[in-house]
Ligand binder design. Sequence first.
Ligand code: 5CA
Length: 447
Amino acid sequence: MRLSRYFLPVLKETPAEAQIASHRLMLRAGMIKQQAAGIYSWLPLGWKVLRRIEQIVHEEQIRAGHHPMLMPTLQPADLWRESGRYDAYGPEMLRIRDRGDRDMLYGPTNEEMITDIFRSHVTSYRELPLTLYHIQWKFRDEVRPRFGVMRGREFLMKDGYNFDLTREDALHAYNRHLVSYLRTYERMGLQAIPMRADSGPIGGDDTHEFLVLAETGESEVFYDSEITDLTFGDREVDYDDPAQCAAILEEFTSRYARTDETHDEAEFDKVPEDRRRSARGIEVGQIFYFGTKYSEAMGATVQGPDGKPVPVHMGSHGIGVSRLVGAIIEASHDEKGIVWPEGVTPFHCGIVNLRQGDASTDSACEGIYAELVKAGLEPLYDDRDERAGAKFATMDLIGLPWRITVGPRGLKTGVVELTSRRTGESEEVSPEVAVARMKDVYGSAGV
Ligand code: 5CA
């Protein structure tokens, strides 16, 4: 993409309404525009990051054996009357009436609808296990929408639902989700710690939230510092192997880590004092096992091995896809702007032309651009007729992990500058080496 043709409405001023770094930076970098409280348009740069996050979520869900689909945003109220949640959900639910006077709602989540789909089509235990998911916009009329996309009213969520014959099978589905989430967040450059939590209006006994530690997080968390040393890494996982999934769950959840809703001082005191931490965190996902709560209320049964109908065991699992954009920025920025992890960056690298209009500089930039594109990478080429300082400031603000700076002086000795956004370190290398380095970096990041 050439910046002269792109739509990147960066702001010079710091928007007064934004209280936290991610909200400020998303507005300044021209990623989003607020349309109403907690409701945003995603401008091209923001939308690209959102799509990259979605892509990682899809890949990891499919790897775990889950099936993507799409349910509508608008739902008939009658489904929710069956589960009893139409009245129980309260004012967070946006209720709408259509022209035929039917009660509708903008879905805050989809347990009822997926249970309806299941009961319409699945009749035998032989069709289990089954996990379906979608990535769809939700609406929750939050009392205090704030912090930009972090607590929106309209927000994008991945929500998945498992159907199993027995509690044991459903607990394997729970464990499988926990494992796949660990991998998902790590690919986005995040450490998200599973913590024991409270199930709220979804219901059920077993639930973990995934928290990214950040001072601006809305949740208060308590944990054993040893947990921050754990990494998922590149390990091979057989998602159909209950013992392996259970062992990974054990590895990542055996140490104390809880949100304030389930915090227990007496238990926490058993952690050696020098490892006890209390901090703030951003909840980027939550998984639930709630057994037969919805299947019993809505008649979602299958014929069991003995021929008798049994209600299926279910759980649901959510990832805050749009919230993640803010969470990643909270975890990765500096005073100059965003620092995207390679896994989610909107463009793989920036190219800065220091002397626009100079024939040899222009042609060197075009050559690098073409080579990067040929390698399957997406560069953002700042080809505007601007001062170098302004070009650097824009690149720093929008946070591309790598910058290739091309100027007439360097070209005289055959070099360009390759700069890491994270460390600020620059190296002088030939254009060919710069391109090769980008191929290496993104090849190994699995991008
Ligand atoms: N049905 C279940 C799981 S599918 C569910 O709705 N879970 S949830 O309520 O925990 O939401 C899942 C994730 O969506 C949360 O972990 C959070 O990351 C994100 N989320 C929830 N509310 C908001 C909001 N108002 N703005 C942005 N993201 C949100």
